[in-house]
Write a protein that binds this ligand. Structure first.
Ligand code: HEC
Length: 123
């Protein structure tokens, strides 16, 4: 009898472990591609659309990130520093410690820096 109980406890433990692991796995398979060139229209704008536009939509809060104006707003508003990418206000706001940190995953933040390093193109 005793081994059976132990087995049950073990399988419950395994199930919890699998649930926890699948949570992490889901986090890692977010559709963010850090290899190669970041595309503004296919990578950056969808990120702004899903994480930022609810607030940054031209109705009071500075920096409109809606698709029709976002690239121009970022470039002309001084949010991007291609000479010193990690000094860009867009980036310093979303890194840990920045006031927008909670809206950006670490992968999205890394993608943003990479996009700036690649010249912040409207590609
Ligand atoms: C829930 C609303 C909300 C969301 C979502 C949000 N922001 Fe903000 N954002 C604000 C507010 C309010 C401010 C002004 C206060 C501040 O700077 O912290 C701001 C300020 C900023 C600024 C500085 C603007 C300036 O001219 O000083 C940047 C850059 C920024 N947000 C980027 C982002 C990015 C990128 C995202 C998405 C990852 C995002 N924000 C998501 C509300 C939001």
């Amino acid at each position: 009898m005793k081994p059976k109980i132990k087995l049950k406890a073990l399988s419950v433990g395994l199930m919890i472990l699998m649930a926890v692991n699948s949570g992490c796995f889901y986090d890692q398979v977010l559709p963010i591609e850090l290899e190669g060139e970041i595309s503004y229209s296919n990578d950056m704008q969808p990120y702004f659309d899903s994480k930022c536009v609810a607030c940054h939509n031209g109705t009071g809060i500075p920096l409109n990130l809606e698709a029709s104006v976002s690239h121009n707003e970022l470039m002309s508003g001084g949010y991007i520093n291609t000479t010193n990418p990690s000094n860009s206000l867009l980036y310093t706001k979303i890194v840990p410690g920045g006031s927008m940190e909670q809206y950006s995953s670490s992968a999205e933040t890394a993608m943003t820096l990479k996009w700036i390093e690649q010249g912040a193109k409207n590609n």
